[in-house]
Each structure stands twice: as structure tokens, then as C-alpha cells.
Design a protein around this ligand. Structure first.
Ligand code: PLP
Length: 282
């Protein structure tokens, strides 16, 4: 089946969906992106992701080329053309095409908008969550504004590859103080010995995950205490549970960190309960 992408107002077969070599996203990673999960044809946490999209653009002073309604129309058409009921929507907005020069181009330069949609099997993700995953740790080598969702993901790419090569699913990034910031594409959580859920505060060192904030609310509603603070690798390794959150993994239990089992080495009951609570609320 031909997959269709949206590029600057046109729906094209993905092989023909091209951007210019002087697009600033390609030249400088001068672009932001968003990812929505789709279940039963619905975008999950839609407004949270739109809000972060608007914030990322504003932080980089890229003019938002569309309203939420405008994006939603394109998303609906892409889901239809690609026959996606369960899967992902990817959106990227760059500062546009201009002769290569570091400084911003002329104010009338039109941002480039690219969107794609793909199908995913929800059962495969559920099976992975049933088993839990291993993570390794890596030094956090990113810049000082990880709260902006830019396409500048090279340190994340290298960390994820290191994880895969080590037989793990994710790399947790560790700052100079020895504290976990987040995963290469997920937020990091533990349930400590006192039964408190801990996840790093939403500062400039992490992406403010939309799933992270939904899970914070769900956890509080279920009566768990949530503390937003940094935790060390050792604290995580000796925690009762560890898990990660993201639009694509929802809540997925972590069963080992750098080869050391977390808890009894099986997915923890709180991680499982939070995943169920998240998916039930859809
Ligand atoms: N942290 C990083 C670095 C990410 O790339 C992502 C998602 O792509 C997340 C956290 C999770 O964010 P969200 O829950 O909004 O998907």
C-alpha cells in the first residue's frame, strides 16, 4: 500500500514527498516536531501535544503556519489516506527554505510543514510492556534547552543505538551530578522504597513529556504520591519499580538498569496499573 505524506499543502506518495536541500531543518536542525499516538482513530492527549508544538515554535521564534483546526484537518486526511486506526502521526515544522546562512532568513520565509502517519500494531506494544524492558545509562551530552522539542536529536540517536547494541530498549541519560535526566525518547520514573513515584522536575534538562503529565495526574487520582525531583542511577537501581513514559510506549516497566534487576526483575504492579489506567481512559 502506498503511504502518503503531507508536504507544504500537498498529499504525496511518500517517495515523492521531498523538501529542498536548503531547508533549514536539513541544514541546521532548525525545526521542531511532535508525535501523537493514534488509538481507534483518535489522537491521544491531542491538546497537550498541540500546546507543546505551539510552545516549541514560540521558543524558536518560528511563526506557527497553521491553526489547531488546520493541523487537525491534515491529520484526519492523512489517517484516512494511510488507513491508520492505530499508529502514529509525525509532524515537523522548520524555519523554511532559504540560502544557507546561520542567521534567521527574511521574515516572509514560509515555514516548511511535513506530516506523516503510520500504522502500528497495539498488541506488539502491549506484549513488550508485559515483559518489561532493560535500560542502560549514558552521559547526557545534549544542549541546555531539552524542553524544546527540536529535531536536533543526535545525542539521543547515539544513546539509543548504544542501548540497542547492549541488548537494551532505552538509554537513560545522566547529568554531571550523576542524576538521571530522562531517556533518549522517554521520560524516566521510579517508585522508591517509601512508595513515592519520582520523576525529574520539568526544567530545561528534559522534554516536558505530555504522557508524563497525564500520568502524574492519573497517579495522583489513584492516590499515589508523586515527587518531581532528580534521582540518581543508584537510587533507581535500588527502587521498587522503574518505568518510562512517552506517547509511543505509554507506560512501560523497566526490569533492569545497567544489568542490575529493578525490584524482583519483573514489571512492577504500579507500572502495570498506571499503564492500564492510561489506556482505559482513552
Ligand atoms: N523525552 C524525550 C527526549 C522524548 O523524545 C520524548 C518523546 O518523544 C519524551 C521524553 C516523551 O514525551 P511524550 O510523552 O510527550 O511523548
Amino acid at each position: 500500500m502506498t503511504r502518503f505524506a503531507y508536504v507544504n499543502g500537498r498529499y504525496l506518495p511518500q517517495d515523492e514527498a521531498l523538501i529542498h536541500i536548503e531547508d533549514r531543518g536539513f541544514q541546521f536542525a532548525d525545526a521542531i516536531y511532535e508525535v501523537w499516538s493514534v488509538r481507534s482513530g483518535e489522537l491521544l492527549d491531542a491538546d497537550g501535544h498541540f500546546g507543546r508544538l505551539e510552545r516549541s515554535l514560540a521558543e524558536l521564534r518560528i511563526t506557527n503556519p497553521k491553526s489547531r483546526a488546520g493541523y487537525r484537518l491534515v491529520i484526519a486526511e492523512l489517517l484516512r489516506r494511510n488507513r491508520v486506526r492505530d499508529g502514529l502521526v509525525y509532524l515537523q515544522v522548520s524555519r523554511g527554505r532559504a540560502r544557507r546562512d546561520h542567521a534567521f532568513p527574511a521574515a516572509q520565509t514560509r515555514p516548511t510543514v511535513v506530516m506523516t502517519a503510520k500504522r502500528l500494531d497495539p498488541a506488539a506494544a502491549d506484549r513488550r510492556a508485559d515483559h518489561g524492558v532493560a535500560v542502560i545509562t549514558r552521559p547526557d551530552q545534549r544542549w541546555a534547552r531539552c524542553d524544546i522539542k527540536t529535531v536536533n536529536l543526535l545525542p539521543n540517536v547515539l544513546a539509543k543505538q548504544a542501548a540497542i547494541e547492549a541488548g537494551a530498549a532505552e538509554a537513560w541519560l545522566v547529568d554531571e551530578a550523576g542524576k538521571v535526566t530522562e531517556g533518549s525518547s522517554t521520560n524516566a520514573w521510579i517508585l522508591n522504597a517509601e512508595g513515592v513515584l519520582v520523576t525529574r522536575q520539568a526544567d530545561h534538562a528534559i522534554l516536558h513529556g505530555i504522557t508524563r503529565s497525564t500520568i502524574m495526574n492519573r497517579a495522583a487520582a489513584l492516590g499515589y504520591r508523586v515527587e518531581e525531583r532528580a534521582f540518581s542511577v543508584e537510587e533507581a537501581q535500588t527502587a521498587r519499580e522503574a518505568f518510562m513514559t512517552s506517547a509511543t510506549t505509554f507506560v512501560t516497566a523497566i526490569t533492569s538498569i545497567d544489568g542490575r534487576p529493578v525490584g524482583n526483575g519483573a514489571p512492577g504492579s504500579v507500572a502495570i496499573a498506571l499503564r492500564e489506567a492510561y489506556l482505559e481512559s482513552l
